[in-house]
Design a protein around this ligand. Structure first.
Ligand SMILES: Cc1cc2nc3c(=O)[nH]c(=O)nc-3n(C[C@H](O)[C@H](O)[C@H](O)COP(=O)(O)OP(=O)(O)OC[C@H]3O[C@@H](n4cnc5c(N)ncnc54)[C@H](O)[C@@H]3O)c2cc1C
Length: 395
């Protein structure tokens, strides 16, 4: 027999957006439950480079854009959470680097010097002399400029764990293909085959790429979604430095964005994104690896690549649809009746997105259901970071 559960808010999707929203709604006293069809973080979140952008990347043209305005407060907000004084407690998360860096090679400097000298950049960055640079850029062969950006970098899955672990009694592992909506009730099966019938005042769709199918199950065709693919590159073996830096290539997108982490054996892994990953979707895996090797050889010629093992990784970013598949300027939320659809656009913007969801629900003054306790249900696992999946390294 199906177990009937009545909640104020049902959240679907346990990536960074859904989890942050769950935490904020519960703090505000709502009876909220989150449904996850795979493992927590399994969508885009575990693939994120973890950079909490402060907008500098988007100001690369020298102009403040809507994107750079929206994200400007995010580094301070996330840092406060990490220090245990913010809206959520992220003190158990892993801060990989307190700053992200921006460098130009000597050959690029002339092309981008106007940008480096611009007022926008002077207000947001801090040029480093040799003693202040990260180890990799203290090498005698480094001839460019390097700036520190006020952009902390987090291990994305450690953030997922820090938020989810105290809330596991409100998170259900479900079978995604069993979800049906009829007569205002969402029926589904949990991963241990128990049937549930959820009634709710609001349903918040934070399922990333899964939002499209959920909207359709709820009888909605809007808002429309877009996918923007990336072909990321990972390398490990013989790397000693943890690097967190964008290389400026004279366009809006950094030519390459490097973040680092350690794999389960403690080895340093570099994770490469930026223009390399955007343009790499046109390349085969082998071509993309050759391109990454060539880029690193040109941009960091003193790096010894001889012991490196390489892998590529194809992943789509799911966002609200924009004309010409352009990147949305900021997060997206929209309400149609009981359904709130949300895409954070960036992990960094999830707190802001969640605040708007909370405000939307507060404004509705929904009649809160009586807190009757929740059934004991199976909780989902946590997803793996991609470099800890050994099969990816088989090339
Ligand atoms: C390669 C890459 C690098 C990135 N780097 C950064 C960065 O450095 N900084 C930054 O700010 N942002 C970054 N981003 C963007 C960021 O990762 C995303 O904006 C963010 O993770 C989206 O989170 P989400 O919770 O909306 O979606 P997701 O993380 O995709 O989570 C959706 C969840 O919903 C679940 N789900 C799907 N369908 C259903 C269903 N029917 N029922 C139940 N559950 C369902 C999925 O299993 C998944 O767990 C990056 C993205 C990519 C791809």
């Amino acid at each position: 027999m199906a177990i009937a559960v009545s909640v104020d808010a049902l959240i679907v999707g346990g990536g960074i957006a859904g989890l942050w929203t769950l935490a904020r709604l519960k703090q505000a006293g709502y009876k909220a439950v989150l449904l996850e069809a795979d493992s927590l973080g399994a969508g885009q979140t575990r693939f994120a480079q973890g950079i909490i952008h402060g907008g500098t990347k988007y100001a690369l043209t020298g102009k403040i854009t809507a994107s750079s305005e929206a994200v400007a407060d995010m580094p301070a907000l996330w840092r406060n959470c990490f220090e245990g004084k913010g809206v959520l407690d992220l003190s158990k998360a892993t801060l990989l680097s307190d700053a992200h860096y921006l460098w130009s090679t000597s050959s690029l400097t002339s092309r981008v010097s106007g940008f480096f000298a611009s007022k926008v950049m002077r207000a947001r960055t801090n040029e480093l002399d040799k003693t202040e640079r990260p180890e990799l850029f203290r090498h005698a062969d480094f001839k460019g400029q390097i700036y520190a950006l006020d952009e902390p970098v987090f291990d994305a899955m450690s953030v997922v764990r820090a938020i989810a672990e105290p809330l596991m009694d409100s998170i259900v592992a479900i079978k995604g293909n069993t979800v049906k909506y009829d007569n205002d009730v969402l029926s589904l099966q949990s991963q241990d085959d128990q049937d549930y019938e959820f009634s709710f005042e609001k349903i918040v769709l934070t399922a990333g790429q899964g939002n499209e199918a959920l909207l359709s199950a709820l009888g909605l065709q809007q808002p429309e979604m877009q996918l923007r693919p990336l072909k990321m590159v990972m390398l490990r073996g013989g790397l000693s430095d943890m690097v967190f830096a964008h290389c400026m290539g004279g366009s809006v997108n950094p030519r390459i964005t490097i973040t680092s982490n350690r794999d389960q054996h403690g080895a340093v892994v570099w994770y490469l994104g930026g223009q390399l990953a955007e343009e790499g979707v046109e390349r085969s895996d082998a071509e993309q690896i050759e391109q990454a090797k060539a880029e690193l050889a040109e941009l960091i010629p003193w790096l010894d690549q001889s012991k490196c093992q390489w892998a590529t990784l194809d992943i789509d970013r799911a966002e609200v649809k924009k004309p010409g598949t352009k990147r949305p300027d900021t997060f997206f939320i929209e309400q149609r009746g009981k359904v709130i659809t949300a895409w954070p656009t960036k992990m960094a913007l999830s707190p802001l997105m969640a605040e708007h969801v909370l405000e939307m629900i507060n404004n509705e003054k929904i009649p809160c259901v009586e807190e009757t306790g929740l059934p004991v249900w199976p909780g989902p696992d946590f997803a793996y970071l991609p470099w800890n999946e050994e099969t990816r390294w088989s090339m």
